[in-house]
Every structure is written in C-alpha cells, then in structure tokens.
Design a protein around this ligand. Structure first.
Ligand code: GLU
Length: 294
C-alpha cells in the first residue's frame, strides 16, 4: 500500500449460516490483517432485505466469535448507511457517470441483453417510458483496460468494453452491491480486500467506480473457492452444511490447510489463529480460482 495503516474487512451477507467457504474468506482476511499489524473490520452486508434471513446476522457474528475471529471497532450494517450510498450516487450523477434506465428484465431479455447491457437508455430514455433503475456509464470512464495486480491471482487485465453498464440503484429502489461495497470500503478506510474468487468479476467494476469517485483503490487478493465433490460452490445457497462452533478447531485446521499455510496444532481457536497469524504467508495461498474440497 502507500503507507496508509492496513485495514482489512470481512463483509458477509446475512442470507444464512456461515459455511466452510465463508470461513476460508474470514480466516484469510483476518490472518492477513493481523499479520500486517492491521485492523480487521466486520461489515454486515444487509443491502438486500428480500434475501436476508432473520437472525442470520447475529448468528454469523456469534459464529465468528466462537471461532476466535474477533473484530476491531464496531460492526457496521449497510442498512444504516444508505445516506452514504445516496451521496456517492449523487456524485456519479453530477460527474455525468450515471444514467437512468427504463428497461425491465423482459425488455433486456428481448434485446438479448440480460448478461451484457445493450446500451438502450445510455443516451436517454425514450418517451413515454420512465426511469426504473440507475446504471453506471462504463463507456465514459477514462480507463480502457482495467488492470490490477491481484495479490493471489497475479496480474489481471480486463477490457472495459466487456463489462456493460452495470446497475447502481435497482428498480426496486435498493442500492446495488457494487456501489455500496465501494462506498463502504472507502468510507471505512479499507486498504486490503481479501475475499473469494467468486467476486473477481466484480473487481474491475469496483476499480472503475473508485476512479469516478476519486477514491484510492485498495489492494485486492482473491482466494480460491472451495468446491465439494458435487462441484457446487460452497455457498449459503447450496446445501453446504453450516460450520459448528463445537468443531471450530478442526475447521480452522482445514481452512488453513486449504489456504496452503504451514500446519498448526489442534488447540483452542484463539491459539490456533495466533499461530496461524505468526506463520501467515499470502504467497502460499493456491493461485487458482477454485480447489476441490470434500
Ligand atoms: N457480501 C459479499 C458476500 O457475502 C462479500 C462482499 C465483498 O467481500 O466484497 O458474498
């Protein structure tokens, strides 16, 4: 980084229990922050009420504590931070970097643009249609190729033209993940983002938003995803079983093994993590976007 004090974070969405896949991201971001004498924050990304599961945020926090993953400062909840997203959205609007979009999913499907926005409303909404969502005008960014040196996956180079004008505020009125995460990481002074490789596709969009909002970009490290034998990403949306506090030592052991770190002896979660921090070496994390784990 540039001399700013290391601030890392773990940012779970409260859509279910923590499972092994999220434990890996939590352990990696925690150990990387602590081995750099940094601060480790936890932010609950409850941006999407329809997908939120009641009690999940508290359950995630209790599980982290039970695993010895104790955060610094107070936990932030995205539901309390809408004013920040609003002002970021206003800045983008003022800079001419956003536009209103009238397209419904059906319109996009008809235009063959469900995966890649076809640019329909980029130059204005055709009457009598009305604005539904707000999109980021990717094409107006000065960057042509979005590049970053990922601390696990190496040099990345993504063509801006492959990204499509993505959503900043959804048709249902909720702010989109890309806008909120970039705003929060900047507002919380986050310098290092260690997260799962499923979010690699989001990173070029985050870098473009940071450029437009005059935000200094953090460093990124994307750790491989754990796949089970059925090839499902171990996520809250699959049948991956939740991690159990009573089994924390074995699961921390497995997470560190998955992350390519030197072995730690089975002990209390706190002792295992302090040994892991001491031995932590980000360069040993496997450089692949996924690894099998049964
Ligand atoms: N909230 C996201 C998730 O649970 C993670 C966001 C991030 O780390 O940038 O998948």
């Amino acid at each position: 980084m540039d001399g700013r004090p290391y601030i890392g974070r773990f940012a779970p969405s409260p859509s279910g229990h923590l499972h092994f896949g999220s434990l890996i991201a939590a352990v990696a971001s925690f150990c990387d922050a602590k081995s750099n004498h940094g601060t480790w924050l936890v932010r609950i990304e409850n941006l999407d009420p329809p997908r939120e599961v009641d009690g999940s945020a508290d359950d995630i926090l209790r599980t982290l504590e039970g695993f010895g993953l104790v955060w610094d400062d107070s936990v932030q909840y995205q539901s309390n931070r809408h004013h920040l997203y609003d002002s970021a959205l206003q800045k983008l609007k003022d800079a001419g970097m956003s536009f209103g979009c009238a397209c419904s999913r059906k319109d996009l499907a008809n235009a063959g643009g469900l995966d890649f926005y076809p640019g329909t409303c980029r130059n204005g909404i055709s009457q009598p249609k009305e604005e539904r969502s707000i999109r980021f005008a990717v094409s107006k960014s000065n960057i042509e190729n979005v590049k970053w040196n990922d601390l696990v996956q190496g040099n990345q180079n993504v063509l801006k033209s492959s990204l499509g004008d993505f959503i900043l505020r959804r048709a249902d009125g909720y702010f989109a993940y890309h806008l909120a995460v970039v705003t929060d990481d900047a507002e919380q002074g986050v310098t290092n983002i260690v997260r799962g490789a499923d979010l690699m596709d989001s990173t070029p969009r985050h870098l473009l938003l940071q450029e437009s909002l005059n935000i200094e970009s953090p460093l990124y490290a994307h750790i491989p995803l754990a796949y089970n034998i059925l090839e499902d990403k171990l996520s809250k949306f699959t049948k991956a079983s939740p991690i159990q506090i009573q089994n924390a030592p074995n699961q921390i052991y497995d997470a560190l093994k998955f992350l390519g770190q030197s072995e730690v002896g089975i002990d209390s979660p706190e002792n295992m993590l302090s040994q892991a921090i001491h031995q932590w070496d980000l360069s040993k994390v496997p450089r692949s976007s996924s690894t099998h784990w049964t």
